[in-house]
Design a protein around this ligand. Structure first.
Ligand code: ZN
Ligand code: ZN
Length: 356
């Protein structure tokens, strides 16, 4: 993985800096392989340094790419930065990830001879384009999550609370090898499904409801993300109609994903389908987001996106319709952008399923 850091080092002159301090842990993990909770990377003209404290020295010895020189610092890792800088005068920091107080401390430690320069999105830009090996990890995380859902649905939903079902799904994921859920599982039945980010409640799932399940597994450091909406019996006609519309819109969205398309273009296609169907006011969120080491990362597919897709991006396509007080439907797949379209990682079927 040291090639990633060399690529990053090549971008530093363009960003107006001669050294870069990487403190966001997902970025540290991407560059070094380190998965602990205290660590930083410093890229200077002189070297590639990784700093952690005594608690993580052994873990770092196993995980950190040998292209880095490893250092052990006091718990405040920044104290090591001035000596490692070795004369670099313009030090870039990650403006989106550093607190004001950390910035202040860093300035005091480095002194007047070093100028702190804000940078944004340098590592994230590299992370947005997945290597074949990263795609393989995302595919494995997705398959694991898919298998966990099948185990859950085989047990049935009616008579269990949303919370019980969410816990059961997370426990299935862990039982078959997930490090952890990649975010807090959403299980939302009936009217509760009209809240896109519903927290599972201690409320029983009843027959004849739509149940939105949004879940993901983290495996080898990479996240999966998928949503399915299932029925627990015969539905009112409008619920069926909305399901059919969301499914058609989701398929439209998948077909719009290709290199060169903007996040704005791709978002617009399913949004138009939903508006034509008469539900334009009920799809209030963006169409999708990048997924990788983090569950939400660039690029974005939305009405305010400034991103353009390239091969190797991994994004979700997740339109939804939410009718307050009644029900919600969302269908989400995870896809990798290929040279001429996209490859769908998710394997769970999308036709409406009825689960007792
Ligand atoms: Zn999701
Ligand atoms: Zn998502």
């Amino acid at each position: 993985v040291i090639e990633r850091t060399e690529q990053l080092a090549g971008q530093l002159p363009g960003a107006g800096v001669d050294a870069l301090l990487v403190t966001a842990l997902p970025n540290v993990r991407y560059l070094t392989g380190y998965s602990g909770s205290n660590g930083l990377v410093l890229i200077t003209p002189r070297g590639r340094d990784f700093v952690t404290d005594f608690r993580y020295v052994e873990q770092a010895a196993v995980e950190v790419d040998p292209g880095f020189t490893r250092h052990r610092a006091a718990q405040n890792l920044l104290q090591m930065v001035p000596e490692l800088l070795a004369g670099a005068a313009r030090l870039g920091f990650e403006a989106e990830h550093m607190s004001v107080s950390t910035h202040q401390r860093l300035g005091e430690l480095c002194g007047a001879g070093v100028q702190l320069v804000p940078t944004t999105g340098l590592v994230e830009g590299l992370r947005a384009i997945k290597s074949p090996e990263e795609v393989q990890r995302l595919r494995a995380a997705t398959l694991l999550a898919d298998e966990a859902l099948e185990r859950l649905l085989a047990e049935g939903l009616i008579g269990r609370s949303e919370r019980e079902v969410a816990i059961a799904l997370e426990s299935h994921m862990r039982a078959i090898g997930a490090e952890r859920p990649s975010f807090e599982t959403i299980v939302a039945a009936g009217a509760h499904g009209a809240l896109p980010h519903a927290q599972p409640l201690d409320v029983m799932i009843e027959p004849g409801q739509l149940v939105v399940i949004d879940w993901g597994a983290q495996l080898d450091g990479y996240c999966s993300d998928c949503t399915r909406t299932v029925a627990t019996g015969e539905l009112e006609p409008e619920a069926l109609e909305v399901y059919t519309l969301v499914l058609a819109a989701q398929i439209d969205g998948l077909e719009a994903v290709r290199p060169g398309a903007t996040g704005l273009d791709v978002d617009a296609v399913p949004r138009a389908r939903i508006a034509d169907g008469g539900y334009g006011d009920h799809f209030g969120h963006g169409l999708g987001h990048g997924v990788g080491i983090e569950i939400h990362e660039p690029p974005r597919l939305s009405m305010s996106s400034e991103d353009t897709l390239v091969a190797g991006n991994v994004v979700t396509v997740e339109p939804g319709i939410y009718l307050a007080g009644r029900f919600g439907v969302r269908i989400e797949d995870l896809v990798v952008v290929t040279e001429d379209g996209c490859d769908i990682l998710t394997t769970v079927p999308k036709e409406l399923r009825t689960v007792g």
